[in-house]
Write a protein of this length. Structure first.
Length: 179
């Protein structure tokens, strides 16, 4: 499998992709991920951007200073949480809207794997995907990402930064030279 952040550097996206094509390391997202999967991500991103706007106008009594469990491990430990200054559930749609949000992902032992911060967020609790609105930052190991507007899919370990992308990492190597 292609490591999530190696693919990010190759295509200015942070992503974990499917198995390499023909046993060779893919050099582009198009080589690493089937067209149908890329089309799904694009459609889901558009849906969540629209849902963010739809939910934002419907926020009427947000809870304040909460931690929302987005996903749990089979043992009941938190896998993904969203901490928000303000949040509101939209149960019918399976969505959670958050303002002033920090999304965290943990491994099965409770060790923090990833953190994203943004002005606003919408998370689809069923699909385990979301949209970070506005300026956002993320950390994954020794790699940090920032930009405006981030679509993410936890099941696919995929994230796409829409604009003003900046990636910093001390984990990448090119032909044996560590950056």
């Amino acid at each position: 499998m292609v490591a999530p952040l190696r693919a990010a550097l190759l295509v200015c996206l942070a992503c974990a992709a499917s198995a390499p094509v023909s046993g060779a390391e893919p050099e582009t997202l198009a080589e690493a991920v089937p067209a149908a999967r890329r089309a799904y991500w694009s459609a889901d991103e558009a849906r969540l951007r629209a849902e963010y706007s739809n939910c934002l106008v419907r926020v009427d009594r947000p809870a304040r200073g909460i931690v929302v469990p987005v996903e749990s491990w089979p043992n009941g430990a938190a896998k993904v949480t969203a901490t928000a200054e303000r949040a509101q559930f939209f149960d019918k749609e399976g969505l959670v809207w958050c303002g002033g949000v920090t999304v965290r992902e943990y491994d099965e032992d409770g060790v923090l794997k990833m953190t994203c911060r943004a002005e606003g967020c919408i998370v689809d609790r069923n699909a385990k995907t979301g949209w970070l609105e506005g300026a956002a930052t993320g950390e994954y190991g020794d790699t940090s990402l920032s930009g405006d507007g981030i679509y993410f899919s936890f099941p696919d370990e995929f994230a796409k930064i829409s604009s003003n992308v900046e990636i910093k990492s001390s984990e990448f190597k090119f032909e044996g030279v560590k950056l």
